[in-house]
Design a protein around this ligand. Structure first.
Ligand code: HEC
Ligand code: HEC
Length: 606
């Protein structure tokens, strides 16, 4: 660890006053109304114990900036001394940060705004210059070479594009260009040549190519994978690298199947750029190459961000396995570098002599030297003093830790992406039999919707978690080492997602929704999807049968149901219309087309 403490005692002793103000302002933020954004950045003391959780990194004016998810602060690091120069509170929580010419933009995912920040190197001051509302739940930001800014927003399923304008006095402003509604919840994004923007699914495997000037959707395609967390162009700019996972639902989970990588693969997929741009379905598959990152006994859980240098060195984060996979040429195999816990973001300096990796669960940044023959870790920078973790926070770390599974193949998050679902089926033997794969359940809001498992066989959440660890994960841990209480505390903290229409702030047609609510009751839906949780503890036969002959299932809660993309225990219904028209559901009392429309308006509001 590089020691920055001595350097900073000096700075912060003379800064007692601003520290006091910081504490007061922080408290004020917590109680201020959701609509009002922070109007000035507040200097904090990195020596003050805190949980930061760096989520994104960028270089700006020769300094390294980290956006911290949990503390809502920006840490500014000097790459020369490897010291934290200062830390600034700019939000309650931050998801991303990017440099855009003379200013920085941070994603505030609590207030759903962009914070436009200006940094003065001479005084080491960070100021908020502008606060711009963006679509709900912003998760990632990218800036193009021509100064366009694109932001993906997950629950509102939107991409928002902005233009930057700079006048002769260096006063910059950002203006909204367009907002694009997507059918899937987006996460990663990458600007491509010809004013195109590639956007990837946050949960399943969809990709979309957009026109970044008009916002038109040019094409969509499927990677047949899920958890797409890395997108990058190759060194020659002719290919696109995509980091994702693929889950084989036909392979039931056993020690052997996990060991050989039959259940889950962690992939680096490469496609020709021209095929992606032309969206030619014929060549789409022929230009695909998949590099499987995992081999037996070599964990590779949860591939994340990728960077490729001009000379063709690839660095790919393995966020569940505390490693970076590296190769110095496309034709060479990957080797590994050890970094901190949950490496979740990577960036390079301008001359590409160094890469920096944000270790989200260690509040640290690993420094990778790229100028030698092979990439090497040369330092680890602590972003500040830590504090003891709560049980929920420990549980969160376990949830994203692939080392809980056999040989580190995957984590809970590989299937239950960020606590939600990757939308796939998996044969986790949850029903105690093999050959009957089940749809992976969303865990957002799971705390009060017991019993658990589709068959309702687990009366206690802890029982389900123990089974998840021992069976789904084939955990190498002994019975007494299983982090069941911690994972339960974390799952208990997860709230259901907002409906898509609520996330988009669409004026709801309350008449239609009221009619829908009445129909829901009149058709007896509320008998099984009862009360405010819209579920019940029993199992019912609604005319569906799994491969093992089971016909009785526990109804899923319908809170946030519009954010799911496949329905029923076997995922056969692809939309809410499918559910209501399937005849497998509520089959004695067939619904008219009008009733279906009205019921869907209601379901979409939950
Ligand atoms: C390989 C994919 C996979 C992994 C990894 C996985 N799960 Fe699951 N999980 C599933 C599937 C499939 C179901 C539904 C199983 C069923 O009901 O038969 C499920 C169901 C659950 C449920 C019940 C939800 C409900 O509403 O009934 C909980 C809780 C859960 N998992 C927690 C976890 C935790 C915690 C981990 C990590 C220790 C984990 N899972 C790892 C696939 C997975
Ligand atoms: C007799 C109890 C019962 C009634 C009545 C009922 N449901 Fe269900 N519902 C279930 C069960 C059980 C499931 C899960 C079935 C499965 O996946 O095998 C389910 C699944 C669903 C799902 C899919 C949720 C998901 O995430 O996969 C939706 C949506 C739904 N029901 C809506 C309705 C609506 C709307 C009505 C009224 C028209 C209704 N249900 C009536 C028991 C019921």
């Amino acid at each position: 660890m590089v020691n920055w403490t001595a350097h900073h005692n000096r700075v912060f002793l003379s800064n007692r006053v601003s520290l006091m103000t910081a504490v007061l302002l922080t408290a004020a933020h917590l109680f201020s109304s959701a609509a009002c954004a922070a109007d000035s950045a507040v200097r904090l003391n990195p020596l003050q114990p805190a949980l930061r959780m760096p989520a994104d990194l960028t270089m700006h004016q020769q300094k390294l900036f980290a956006a911290n998810a949990r503390s809502g602060t920006v840490s500014i690091v000097d790459p020369e001394s490897l010291c934290v120069l200062s830390e600034w509170k700019v939000a309650n929580s931050l998801n991303g940060i990017a440099s855009a010419g003379s200013f920085l933009i941070a994603l505030d995912n609590h207030q759903h705004v962009l914070q436009v920040l200006r940094y003065s190197v001479s005084s080491d001051e960070l100021a908020i210059q502008q606060t711009i509302p963006t679509a709900m739940d912003p998760v990632q930001i990218a800036v193009s070479e021509t100064g366009q800014i694109a932001v993906t927003s997950r629950w509102s399923r939107r991409v928002t594009i902005y233009a930057t304008n700079q006048d002769s006095n260096d006063n910059s402003a950002i203006s909204h260009l367009c907002t694009i509604d997507l059918r899937f919840a987006p996460h990663c994004l990458l600007f491509l040549p010809e004013n195109k923007l590639l956007v990837a699914d946050a949960f399943a495997g969809q990709l979309a190519v957009l026109e970044s000037l008009s916002g038109n959707i040019v094409s969509t395609m499927d990677t047949h994978g899920h958890n797409i967390r890395g997108l990058s162009l190759s060194a020659d700019g002719q290919q696109i690298h995509i980091a994702h996972q693929s889950l084989n639902y036909e392979s039931f989970i056993s020690h052997e199947h996990v060991f050989w990588g039959d259940v889950m693969q962690n992939n680096l997929e490469t496609r020709d750029l021209r095929d992606v741009l032309s969206a030619s379905r014929v060549t789409e598959d022929s230009s695909r190459h998949i590099y499987p990152l995992g081999t037996p006994s070599v964990g590779s859980g949860d591939p994340d961000e990728i960077v490729v240098t001009r000379t063709g060195t690839t660095l790919l984060l393995l966020s569940g396995f505390q490693q970076v996979a590296c190769r110095t040429d496309n034709h060479l195999p990957f080797f590994r570098l050890k970094v901190g816990r949950r490496p979740d973001a990577i960036c390079m300096n301008d001359d590409q002599t160094r890469a920096y990796v944000a270790n989200r669960f260690d509040d640290s940044v690993s420094v990778i030297e790229l100028s030698g023959e092979q990439p090497k870790i040369t330092a680890t920078i602590s972003l500040g003093a830590g504090r003891p973790l709560t049980e929920t926070e420990v549980g969160e770390q376990k949830f994203f830790d692939a080392r809980l599974s056999l040989d580190g193949w995957y984590s809970c998050h590989s299937c239950h992406t960020d606590g939600h679902t990757n939308g796939m089926l998996s044969d986790t033997l949850g029903d105690e039999g093999q050959g009957a794969p089940k749809k992976i359940a969303s865990l957002l809001g799971t705390h009060d919707t017991g019993p658990w498992a589709w068959t309702g066989s687990k009366p206690k959440l802890e029982d389900q978690i123990r089974t998840s660890l021992l069976v789904s994960m084939q955990s190498p841990l002994g019975e007494h080492e299983l982090p069941v209480p911690q994972l339960a505390a974390y799952l208990n903290s997860l709230e259901p997602p907002p409906s898509i229409s609520a996330a988009r702030g669409e004026t709801q047609n309350s008449d239609l929704i009221n009619q829908g609510r009445k129909l829901f009751e009149a058709h007896g839906c509320a008998d099984c999807h009862a009360g405010s949780l819209l579920t019940s503890a029993s199992v019912y036969d609604v005319g569906l049968r799994d491969e093992s002959g089971t016909t009785e299932f526990n109804p899923p809660s319908l809170r946030g149901v519009s954010q799911r993309d496949r329905f029923f225990h076997n995922g056969t219904a692809q939309s809410l219309t499918d559910v209501l028209k399937s005849g497998h559901h509520n089959s004695d009392d067939l619904l008219s087309n009008d009733e279906v429309i009205i019921l869907i308006a209601y379901l979409n509001s939950l």
